[in-house]
Structures are given as C-alpha cells and as structure tokens.
Design a protein around this ligand. Structure first.
Ligand SMILES: C[S@@+](CC[C@H](N)C(=O)[O-])C[C@H]1O[C@@H](n2cnc3c(N)ncnc32)[C@H](O)[C@@H]1O
Length: 336
C-alpha cells in the first residue's frame, strides 16, 4: 500500500515539475499558465482583477506624477508577484529607443491594457506631441486612465459610442462577487492552483533574474522625463480598433501618425495595418512597431510587412515580458 502511495506521489510530483518546467521555457505554456490559471486563481482569491491589483500596487509604491516610478512599480510587481501582458522592461527599452529616434508628433497605440506602454511612450514624447491609445475592454480602460493620471500624464477618455467614458460605467466589474453556481468548481480550481503555485516557488527562486524595481532607464535624461510628463497629451479611446480607426481623422482632427505601436490581439495586426493604410493615416516614414511577433506570434502580419515593397522591416529580438522565453518587436517603416 505504502509503495503504491509513494509511486503515485512521485509520479504526480514529476508531472507537476514537468508542467512547471514547460511553463518556464515554452511561450504557449507560459501564457496558458499565467493568463488562464494563475490569473483566475488570484481573481477568485482576492475578489479583484489583475489590472486592479497592478493599479493598487502602483498607487502604493509610486509617487503621483512620477511616470518612471509607475513603470518601475509595474515591472517590479509583474516580475516578482504576478505576470501581466505589458510590453515589459526588456522590450520596453527597445520601444523607448524607437520613440526617441522617431521623435513623433502623433502616436497611435493599439491595445492599452493597464496603460504601461502608454506611460512608457508618453513620458518620452516631445512637447506638443499627442498619443492616442485604443482599448476595447472598458474595465482595462478605466484602470489605464487611472494609471496614466497617477503617472502625471493627462488622460482624456471617450468611447466609440458616446463621448462619456464607457469605462467609468463598468469599472465596478472588478468587485462583483462570483455567482453561487460557480463557487464549487472555483474552489476546486483554487486548491489545485495553490498546490501548483507552491511547487513553482522553489524554481522561481533559482531561475529569476534579480531586478532592481526602481532603477532609472539609462535612455532618459531628467529633462526628457520632465518634458514628457508635462506636455504630452494622452487620448484614451474605448472601443474596438476596427471601429475607431476609420473615425480618427474626423474625431481627433488627425492627419497622419508618425508612430504606431501595435500591441492588441494578434489576429488584428494585419487587418488594422491595412485599415490604417486605407484611411490614409500613414505617411512616408511612419513607423509601425509591433509587439509579440514571436510569442504568441503574428505570422500573417510578419509575412506582409517583410514582403511588401511599401515597408522596410527589421526584427528586434528580445524576451517575452517578465519571462525567459524568446519574443521580439518588428519595426516597419512605411515607404509610401
Ligand atoms: C497585450 S495587451 C496591451 C499591452 C500594452 N500595450 C502594454 O504594453 O502595456 C492587449 C490589449 O489589447 C486590447 N485589444 C485587443 N484587441 C483589441 C482591438 N481590436 N481593439 C482595441 N483593443 C484591443 C485587449 O483588451 C488588451 O487589453
């Protein structure tokens, strides 16, 4: 009997260690683990959502008006407490350098989430520049709005259907308790995830690269930080990119975008790029910077920008946010 129990326990332990190893080395497994399982577990246990937990941490740890402090606090939280789908610190440095070399006046961001990359971009923009960021999830948009404000950057928001922020109406979603018929299976899930998470901890201790949560980016000068946070205007639009892109010229009185950061759902990269072209929102020299082109990947988009005579494209190798799995950014210059 004892032998059977010991064999079963060993087999279970090996299986769990195999899952943990896959999660640390394989992008698909990592996203499945962090996005499907740990997020649900923590939502269930805390009664909040991941974006709210990130925002609360930032509000506790970063001074109001300190954009760099906000970025560092998010990086710290997401690399040591809870993973999240921000562009992250490593790819974020590539994003910074593209913003600095492009010196854009008009920037479009597709996919705001909690506002991490929005703050990252906005703090580097020259005086008079404007950043339009589009997020279709109203709850995320509300968190982003508060995040951007905490960073000391102006954040106006509007939805696709009404000039008032739809996000404000739905921001209480995070605190709605789970319905009673879901409680039983959620409890079972929670027990399983807790066990798995505990087993993951020893591996995390040995494999994480230690990070100083509050170091400054070497790319920034104090003057640039000051300039970015005081003069850039951030416009947060709530709605789907495919609906909002055709409205941008009229709605915001925009001519062309100098820089587009593409970081929403990967299936939308190519159709939205073609939509930007059709709507005449790109000009010769406009830069498209696309995140996650390796993990989860956007093969149709890559095929398009790398083979079209309208683009000059370059890949920047890096790592999936807060993990040691390969990912990268594709920078594509529109040639007209
Ligand atoms: C990877 S996250 C963005 C991360 C963010 N750029 C950052 O680095 O901090 C992708 C976001 O895009 C949003 N999204 C996905 N498809 C969209 C669409 N078609 N229109 C607007 N937002 C979209 C999702 O709701 C999600 O919040």
């Amino acid at each position: 009997m004892l032998v059977v129990v010991l064999s079963l326990s060993t087999a279970l332990l090996c299986l769990l260690l195999f899952v943990v190893w896959k999660v640390r080395t394989n992008g698909e497994w990592a996203l499945w683990w962090h996005d499907n399982y740990l997020e649900r577990l923590k939502d269930f246990l805390s009664g909040t959502t991941r974006p709210v937990r990130i925002l609360q941490y930032v509000q506790r740890c970063a001074n109001h008006g300190d954009a760099l402090g906000v970025i560092s606090a998010i990086d710290s939280f997401c690399s040591t407490v809870e993973w999240a789908m921000n562009v992250g610190d490593k790819k974020g440095e590539i994003l910074d350098s593209v913003v600095l070399e492009t010196r854009p006046r008009w920037v479009l961001e597709l996919g705001t989430y909690c506002g991490y990359s929005t703050v990252r971009i906005a703090r580097l923009l020259p005086p008079g520049a404007r950043l339009v960021t589009i997020e279709m999830n109203p709850h995320y948009a509300q968190v982003a709005k508060e995040m951007i404000q905490h960073a000391g950057l102006e954040a106006q928001s509007s939805s696709a259907s009404s000039p008032c922020s739809q996000a404000e109406q739905t921001s209480s979603n995070a605190t709605i308790p789970p319905s009673s018929h879901q409680l039983r299976w959620r409890l079972q899930e929670a027990l399983l995830y807790t066990t798995l998470h505990c087993l993951q901890l020893p591996l995390q201790l040995f494999s994480r690269t230690p990070q100083n949560p509050f170091t400054s980016s070497p790319l920034l000068t104090p003057t640039e930080r000051q300039q970015g946070s005081q003069t850039c205007k951030v416009e947060l639009l709530v709605g789907s990119s495919s609906v909002l892109i055709p409205q941008l010229k009229k709605k915001l009185d925009i001519e062309k975008f100098d820089l587009v950061f593409i970081d929403h759902w990967k299936v939308s990269y190519l159709p939205d790029t073609k939509l930007l072209e059709e709507c005449g929102l790109l000009t010769t020299g406009s830069v498209l910077l696309a995140d996650n082109v390796v993990c989860p990947g956007a093969p149709d988009y890559l095929q398009y920008v790398r083979n079209s005579p309208q683009y000059q494209s370059q890949y920047f190798q890096s790592y999936l946010e807060y993990l040691q799995v390969e990912d990268g950014l594709e920078k594509s210059v529109f040639l007209g």
